[in-house]
Write a protein that binds this ligand. Structure first.
Ligand code: FPP
Length: 245
């Protein structure tokens, strides 16, 4: 049986370059990026992936030219409104992770509504990271813990990794197994830093708007060949898989 990752995380990079290569302005690349995401969501669900987390807007993306940030916000608003029906039809549950307080009231409302409307869906969970940063996530978890220490409900010397993990975004879901980055760069860019500690990394030169079903399948196929050791030696992993049947 082929090994399918439970949780796939994606840095959807290369929209701008794709647009330039096709003689368009950058925002056309972002629009095409939404189309690519739609296909990947469908394909992930069909492949047996249970959670898909995508990086839509980083804490650092606010520094882009004002016009591009504005167009991205318009695109998010439109996509949230337009995609709900399709998500419902496909039993997809949508969640947004990140610091939403910096988004417009309209966008925050649309995010909450999309989450509410799809909350009862039991199929694929799609998490869209918006104004997200891995360091922000760890910092907000530390802030929560510090408050609990101050209140006396947690003792500093009793703090474990589990305490911190439980206060991160999506602590109720499993960590990513496969971390994909399109667009040729080989870095994490502050995405899911804590949660990707043991994720298998997959980098491709394909620009995000051109990332199609075949590319997604290629990433899953590469994952299926990897041996995940979690700090053990190969023989231990093989024997524990055999014991598990
Ligand atoms: C990176 O490409 C992409 C982004 C910063 C935006 C990603 C957003 C989408 C794909 C739209 C998703 C929409 C929803 C509703 C989730 P880039 O602009 O950095 O490309 P470049 O590296 O070629 O310049």
């Amino acid at each position: 049986m082929v090994k399918v990752p439970n949780h796939v995380a994606i840095v959807m990079d290369g929209n701008g370059r794709w647009a330039q290569q096709h003689g368009h302005k950058r925002h056309v690349g972002h629009k095409e990026g939404v189309k690519a995401l739609r296909k990947v969501v469908e394909c992930a669900a069909k492949s047996g992936v249970k959670i898909l987390t995508v990086f839509a807007f980083s804490s650092e993306n606010w520094r882009r030219p004002r016009e591009e940030v504005g167009l991205l916000m318009d695109l998010f608003l439109l996509a949230l409104k337009q995609e709900i029906k399709r998500l419902q039809r496909n039993n997809v549950r949508l969640r947004i992770i990140g610091d939403r307080s910096r988004f417009s009231t309209d966008l925050q409302k649309s995010m909450a509504k999309a989450e509410e409307d799809t909350a009862a869906n039991t199929g694929l969970v799609v998490q869209v990271a918006a104004n997200y940063g891995g360091r922000w996530d760890i910092t907000q978890a530390v802030r929560k813990l510090a408050l609990e220490v101050q209140e006396g409900s947690v003792q500093p010397d009793a703090i474990t990794e589990e305490h911190l993990a439980a206060r991160l975004s999506f602590s109720d879901l499993a960590d990513p197994d496969l971390f994909i980055r399109t667009g040729g760069e080989k870095r994490l860019s502050n995405f899911l830093l804590w949660q990707s500690a043991y994720a298998e990394l997959y980098f491709t030169d394909v620009l995000w708007p051109a990332f199609d079903v075949a590319e997604f399948d290629a990433a899953l196929a590469a994952y299926a060949t990897r041996q995940r050791r979690f700090g053990l030696v190969g023989e231990q992993v093989v024997s524990s898989t055999e014991t598990a049947g």
